[in-house]
Design a protein around this ligand. Sequence first.
Ligand code: 4AD
Ligand code: MG
Length: 466
Amino acid sequence: MGKKKRVKIRKLLERGEEVPEVLVMGWVRTRRDSKGGFSFIEINDGSCLSNLQIIADHKIEGFPGVAMKLHAGSCIGVIGKLVQSMGKGQNVELQADAIEVYGPADTEEYPLQKKHHSFEFLREIAHLRPRTNTFGAVMRVRNRLAYSIHTFFQDRGFVYLNTPIITTSDCEGAGEMFQVTTLNLANPPLDEAGIDYTQDFFGEKTSLTVSGQLEGEVYALALSEIYTFGPTFRAENSNTSRHLAEFWMVEPEMAFYDLEDNIDLAEDFIRYLFSDVLEHCSEDLEFFNRRIDKTLLERHKGIVENRFERIPYSEAVHLLEKSKHKFVYSVEWGCNLQSEHERYLSEEVFEKPVVIFNYPDTIKPFYMKANEDGETVCAMDVLLPRLGEIIGGSQREDNYEVLAKRMKEKELDPSHYQWYLDLRKFGSAPHSGFGLGFERLVQFVTGMENIRDVIPFPRTPKHARF
Ligand code: 4AD
Ligand code: MG
C-alpha cells in the first residue's frame, strides 16, 4: 500500500469520476455496520469538509484483523475502486479492496465521540479539535485568507517585510508589552534606578512587539509600499471574545498616501478578501452559514457589493449622543469608543462597515498626523457589524518638530526613537498605513463567536499551555 500515491479526498469528490484503483488515507469519523456483512466508514483527510464513504465488504482479505480498529479517531489507508454512489449525500464512494490501520484510537478513551461538542470543551483538547468539522473548516478558511492577503499586496507591487519580534519601542504607547529577559528573576542585578538592564541579554530592557508599524515605516520610506504579516503580542488583561495576547497582524505602510488613500486601500483590501474567500471556500462557508450563523453569506455579499460608510469621529459621537439606545458606557466628545458603540453604529445605524476618522489626539498614539484644528489626528478605524474594530490606521506625522513635540507630550523616551525621528529629518514624505487583526478577520468571515476558536493555539490571560 505504501508505494502507491495517495490521492486527496477533495480531488476525488471534485472530479466525481469513477476510478478503477485509488489509495486514500485519513481519519475515521464514523462507522456503522449493516446486517448484510458490510461496514460503512466515513473518513476525512482535512483536504475538504466532506468525508469519503468507504464500503468494506467483511469478506475482503484481512478484514477480520482490522475490523475492531476501524472506529472514530483511527487513522487508516484504503485501496479500492471509486464508484458512483447509490446512497444519499455523496456522489462517489470507495469500495475497499484492502484496508490498513496506521493508528487505532481506543473507543473508550478517544474524546471526540459525540457529533456536537461545545467549543469550550474543544478548547481543552486543542490538539484534537482540528479533527472536527468546525475546526477543519476554520483553518482552511484562515489559510485561504492568508494566501489572498499576500496575493492582494503582491499584485499591487507591495514588498513583504519581516519586522522584528523583540523590540525596545512601544508602538501603541499603551504599556501592554510582554518583557523579554534572561535575567534571574529571583535575584536580578540592581543599580540605583532598580533593575540593571545593562546586564540583560540585549543590554537594555526589551519586549515582544505590539506592532511592526514603526519598523514598517522605515522600509516604506525607501521601498514606497510594504506590508508586514506577523505575530504581535499584547499583555492587555481583557478576557473578551475579541482579544488574544498573541495574534497576527497585517500592516501595510505606504509612502505618498494621505488618510483618504489609506482608507481607500483598506476598503479595497477587505472587499477583495471577502470576494476571494466566497469564491474559494464555498463549501466551508456554507457549513458556517448552516451551523454557526444563518445570515453569514448574506452579510458577506453585502460587504462585497456596498461601499463602506465614512464619518468623522465628531459625527459618530453626535449620532451616539442623540441615540435612544442604552449604552453601558456613556459617550461624550473625547472618549474612546467602546465596542458596544462601534457595533451600534455599524449594525443599527448604517447596517454595513463604517470607517470613522479624525479622532481626538488625546486618545490616539504619538505617531498620528495632527490635523489643523489642533484637536484631532488623521486616524481611522474600520468597524464591522457584529465585530466592531477590525482595522486601525492613520496618516503618520511627517513633520520633525510636530512629531518631537508630540513625543514629549506623550512622555516617550527620545533615546529609543531617534531613528524614528531621523525618518522625518532625512527625506521625510507624507505616508500612511493601517493594521488589520488577522484573527478578527477570520472570526468575521467564519461567524465564529470567540476569537479563541479561530487560531490554532490561543494565548489568553492565564492560558498559554496548549
Ligand atoms: O488598532 P491597533 O492597536 O493599531 C496598531 O497597532 C497600529 N500600529 C496599526 C498600524 O497602523 N500599522 O491594532 C490593529 C488591529 C485592530 O484593529 C484589531 O483588529 C487587532 O489589530 N487587534 C487585536 N486582535 C486580537 N487581539 C488583540 N488583543 C488585538 N489588539 C488589536
Ligand atoms: Mg485600534
